[in-house]
Design a protein around this ligand. Structure first.
Ligand SMILES: [Zn+2]
Length: 104
């Protein structure tokens, strides 16, 4: 998808060439719809890659923590509160998902 095609028309442009996050909401909705367990995750700490389903997950606290199975770096933090979901994926260097409609 070309970069221009990812940006929705009508996004606020303050004149310096950037727009707000609403401009890519439609494109990112397509990215985050696929089944996450089949996604390929590359660890930001050690660089190893593997399926999301292979993460070591601790889900007994107030939130969920997912760690790299190779180096145990934190890759995912997830907390759900009334009316909100907070997700921290900052430990992930790259997340590769099948395209919507690719059948994979
Ligand atoms: Zn790692």
């Amino acid at each position: 998808m070309a970069q221009d095609a990812m940006v929705q028309e009508g996004a606020l442009d303050p004149g310096d060439g950037h727009v707000d996050g609403n401009a890519v909401a439609g494109a990112l909705a397509a990215v985050f719809v696929p089944e996450i367990t089949t996604a390929l995750v590359r660890c930001g700490a050690c660089g190893d890659a593997g399926p999301f389903a292979a993460l070591m997950v601790w889900a007994h606290g107030p939130g969920v923590v997912g760690r790299c199975p190779s180096c145990e770096a934190v890759l995912l933090r997830y907390v759900a509160t009334p009316g909100r979901v907070r997700v921290d994926l900052s430990g992930i260097a790259e997340l590769e998902l099948a395209s919507v409609g690719s059948g994979r």
